[in-house]
Design a protein around this ligand. Structure first.
Ligand SMILES: [Zn+2]
Length: 272
C-alpha cells in the first residue's frame, strides 16, 4: 500500500516566506462542488476527491496546494442528478468564470512555475477552461504554465476496460462505481451501506426539461454502484496520480498514448 500525503498548503505559509516557498514550484488547485451524490455518499464527494488528488499530486511534484474551492457550478440532470435533489450549493456559470479568472489572475504575482487545476465536478469543466484560457492569453508565452484537467480525463481506456464492466460514460459515473470506490478508499466513514443501482444511465450531451429524475437516476445515482470497493478506489486513485505526474513531468502527456504505460524516455525538458 502506497502511503498518501497531505502535502503542504500555500495558505499555511507566512507572507514573509511565501515567495521563497513557491518559487519555481507547482501550485495545485483543487476545485470540487457541494452536490448531491445519492443516499450513500455525502455532498462533499467532488471536493473530497479533487482535494485528495491535488494533495498527492502536489506532494509527488514537490509543489504546494491551494485551498479546495468547494462551491462551483450547478448540478445538471443528465450528469449530476440536477437541482431536484436538495443540497447542491452553487454559483451560475458566469459567476464561476469570473471568480476563477480573478483568483487565478491574483495568483500570478507569485513566482510559481506552473498552476495545476484538478477538477472533481463534471459541470465545472468548461467554466474552468474558459477562465484559465482568459488568464493564459493575457499572460502570453512568457507566463507560468497552466494545466487543468478533470481527474477522470486521466483514466486510460485500457485501465477502464480492465477494471470497470459496462462503463456508462463519465457523465453518468455520478455517485456510481468509481466515485463510491474512491470514497471507500479515501473517506470510508462518510459512506453508508446503501448501494443503489440504476440500469439505464442517461445519455451524455443532452439537456432535458422537465427532467424526470425517477427515470434519469435512482435516488440521485446515475449508474451502478455494484462492485464498489476500497481496493478499486485505491487502484484508481494511484492510477490518476501517476497519470497526472507523468503528464506534468513529460510535458507532452496531452496526446493520447503518452501515458506511463507507453512511456519511453523522459522528456528532454525534464521534470520537477
Ligand atoms: Zn461527483
Amino acid at each position: 500500500m502506497r502511503p498518501r500525503s497531505k502535502g503542504h498548503g500555500l495558505a499555511d505559509v507566512s507572507s514573509a516566506r511565501v515567495l521563497e516557498a513557491v518559487r519555481g514550484r507547482a501550485l495545485v488547485w483543487p476545485i470540487g462542488a457541494v452536490e448531491q451524490h445519492g443516499p450513500h455518499l455525502p455532498l462533499s464527494v467532488d471536493a473530497v476527491l479533487a482535494e485528495a488528488f491535488a494533495r498527492q499530486i502536489a506532494y509527488e511534484l514537490d509543489g504546494l496546494t491551494l485551498p479546495v474551492q468547494s462551491i462551483a457550478a450547478r448540478s445538471l440532470p443528465q450528469s449530476g442528478g440536477g437541482l431536484a435533489f436538495p443540497g447542491t450549493v452553487y454559483v451560475n456559470g458566469d459567476s464561476l468564470i469570473g471568480f476563477l479568472r480573478d483568483a487565478a489572475s491574483s495568483l500570478v504575482d507569485l513566482p510559481f512555475a506552473r498552476l495545476i487545476v484538478v477538477n472533481g465536478h463534471f459541470e465545472n469543466e468548461p467554466f474552468i477552461f474558459e477562465a484559465l484560457d482568459t488568464v493564459g492569453r493575457k499572460l502570453g508565452a512568457g507566463g507560468p504554465e497552466i494545466i487543468a484537467f478533470s481527474w477522470w480525463s486521466l483514466v486510460e481506456t485500457d485501465w477502464l476496460r480492465d477494471e470497470v464492466a459496462d462503463f456508462p460514460g463519465w457523465h453518468a459515473e455520478h455517485a456510481g462505481l468509481t466515485e463510491t470506490s474512491l470514497m471507500l478508499y479515501l473517506r470510508p466513514e462518510l459512506v453508508s451501506d446503501a448501494r443503489p443501482e440504476h440500469d439505464h444511465p442517461p445519455r451524455g450531451g443532452i439537456f432535458l426539461h422537465p427532467a424526470d429524475v425517477t427515470r434519469t437516476t435512482n435516488q440521485g445515482v446515475l449508474s451502478s454502484t455494484a462492485g464498489s470497493s476500497a481496493e478499486l478506489g485505491e487502484k484508481l486513485f494511484w492510477h490518476v496520480v501517476d497519470q497526472a505526474v507523468s503528464l506534468v513531468r513529460r510535458g507532452d502527456g496531452l496526446r493520447r498514448g503518452d501515458g506511463p504505460r507507453r512511456a519511453g524516455a523522459e522528456s528532454p525538458t525534464g521534470g520537477e
